[in-house]
Design a protein around this ligand. Structure first.
Ligand code: ADP
Length: 261
């Protein structure tokens, strides 16, 4: 009868809708799963590289008889650097994982952002001075904001560290702080090597490095900007990059003065 047909039609439409939604969800899950698999593959690779070097170094030293002390010291120096590198990767990974886990539970409280920035710059001053890089802090107004001080510090530390790392000897780093009635703005500008146009959209990805061999020399893990972006996004903020190859780079961070849960 009429009712049966109606019921049939309706069930059919519903089944089709459910199956479409299901397929859509599967697609999303697959993307999530792919990126997770890629992440795990990347982590394994990054962690294994220093281990492989350490093993080669240790084995080749063991294979020699009567090793001259200079050679021994050279090997040990290399070994020590590889261990340091591994340590850095593990620390960055732990920061990143912690950041993901606590996404819902930022430890937000009222913080003096001027003090927070000054502390960061003071800590990084010796690294900059060693390469004759001038670090300048300019505050357009005192800023107090509801932030997770630890996570925000981690983000800004990574930006300033990069501004020094990817700079030229004798260059400059300019950090500024400003605010309006809704947001505060932190800018980290440098006179460094700059970022190629085609890399700009990738630099916030985990493990991405513009020039692997060069970055390796400088001691990067490719995680710093992923950590920085995570921290900023958790604050409902935004991070952007402007760069001119060979001239310098500017990162801008915009975060609400009052935390939006
Ligand atoms: P890394 O540990 O390699 O520094 P990041 O995630 O912090 O990793 O940065 C990713 C890549 O972006 C770096 O390897 C570098 O190539 C590029 N980059 C980041 N900051 C700057 C900068 N201020 N100037 C030039 N290049 C930069």
């Amino acid at each position: 009868g009429y009712d049966d047909n109606y019921l049939h039609e309706n069930t059919y439409t519903e089944t089709r809708l459910i199956s479409e939604a299901f397929n859509k969800m599967l697609g999303r899950l697959k993307i999530l799963d792919d990126s997770r698999q890629e992440f795990v593959a990347n982590v394994s690779h990054e962690l294994k590289t220093p281990i492989t070097s350490m093993k080669v170094l240790a084995d080749s030293l063991l294979a020699q008889e009567n090793v001259p002390v200079e050679l021994y010291q050279e090997f040990m120096q290399d070994l020590s650097e590889e261990i340091e590198r591994e340590d850095k990767i593990i620390n960055d990974l732990l920061s990143l994982v912690k950041m993901d886990k606590t996404a819902a539970s930022l430890q937000v409280k009222q913080e003096n952002i001027n003090d927070l920035l000054e502390k960061i710059l003071k800590r990084l001053q010796p690294i900059a001075a060693a390469r004759n890089i001038e670090v300048v802090f300019e505050s357009f107004r005192p800023v107090n904001a509801e932030v997770d001080g630890v996570k925000l510090s981690l983000a800004i530390t990574n930006l300033v560290e990069n501004a020094v790392k990817y700079n030229i000897d004798g260059g400059w780093v300019h950090v500024s702080l400003n605010a309006d009635h809704k947001f505060f703005y932190i800018e980290v500008a440098d006179s460094g090597i700059g970022i190629p146009e085609e890399s700009k959209e990738h630099i916030f990805e985990r493990f991405y490095r513009v020039d692997k061999s060069h970055s390796r020399e400088i001691g990067g893990t490719g995680l710093g900007l992923a950590i920085a972006r995570n921290a900023v996004v958790m604050h409902r903020g935004a991070i952007k990059v402007y760069s001119q190859l060979g001239e310098g780079t500017t990162f801008t961070v915009r975060i609400p003065l009052n935390y939006i849960a």
